[in-house]
Design a protein around this ligand. Sequence first.
Ligand SMILES: *Cc1c(COP(=O)(O)O)cnc(C)c1O
Length: 361
Amino acid sequence: MHKKLFIPGPVDVLPEVLAKMSSPMIGHRSKDASVLQQSISEKLQRVMRTNNTILLSTSSGSGLMEGAVRCFTRDRAAVFSIGAFGDRWYKMCTANGVPADLFRSELGQPTTPEMVREALITGKYDMITITQNETSTGIRNPMKEISEVLKDFPEVILCVDTVSSMGGDDIPVDDLGIDVCITSTQKCLGLPPGLSVASVSDRAIAKAEGIPNRGLYFDYVELYKFVKEKPYQYPSTPSLAHMFALDYQLDRILKEGLAARYERHLALSSRVWEWARKNCELYSNPQYLSVTVTCLKNTFGIEFSKINAAMGKRGFQLSNGYGALKDITFRIAHMADMTVEEMDDMLHNLGEVIAELQSEQ
Ligand SMILES: *Cc1c(COP(=O)(O)O)cnc(C)c1O
């Protein structure tokens, strides 16, 4: 039996989107491939609300994150972490010999604009990374306030991880002045894992051109050149199967409408918050809750693995906590094409399962 996925990626993919992945192959150097990539790029610009150039990568989002720290750091990177995925960005810096400092918030709390200003005012940093939506704690950073601070430091390149939110949350990339905005297909975009996306500003590319040792496969300058000069080509052989499905899914997303899609994610998350307030506790600062994934404290006196196993028998899969929060929290994702009815059904079952397990103890 297929378990309906309430985990923060991969998400369930609609059958008609999956079917597009078995489209007949085309040559990746053909005109058809360029037309396909251009179509995807133009639609993604609308979804991401940017005029910046769209780059595709046949990798998960981590590939473009690793590429970003190499390509856009000349002096030193300031990595702001609010959990596991911010920490990962710092690990990528150290693993690639990119000078970086880590600025951590307490788990369950956001990066504050004050923290960003305090770091940048030292003049040590020429690039910063922010996790817009932290999947381990279900926190959404105050991007508007953070982007205001960046206006006072125009030489700093702003790289933002929107892997678990783009396509669900409201993220106006150009209004926020995001130079490099990274996401991947298996979360709010509602596709299988294997393709990732970045929007990149011309000024970020101009800077990267002067930075040595950018690597090759995840070199933003190389990816950018193939889009601009070929045009709309990819340096190596891309996952065309993903591209067929993405092109189709972007039509669906735009047809639903970005505002409606955001409202649906807000309605889904509100259901989970309400359930959490009645039945257990929210882990994170309630002022900054993510609209795509919620982290809940396990206050039920039952190991989460038991709850998830019982939910599995009913056809649902939830997620345990991540990293340091593995045993004390669990997570419910509300991403992509999930409906409010599906969420209500799952939460109803979750309540029954917990009551059953508690009565057995
Ligand atoms: C899932 C996730 C990642 C990692 O993305 P992959 O596509 O699995 O490489 C990075 N950041 C956040 C916030 C995520 O949720």
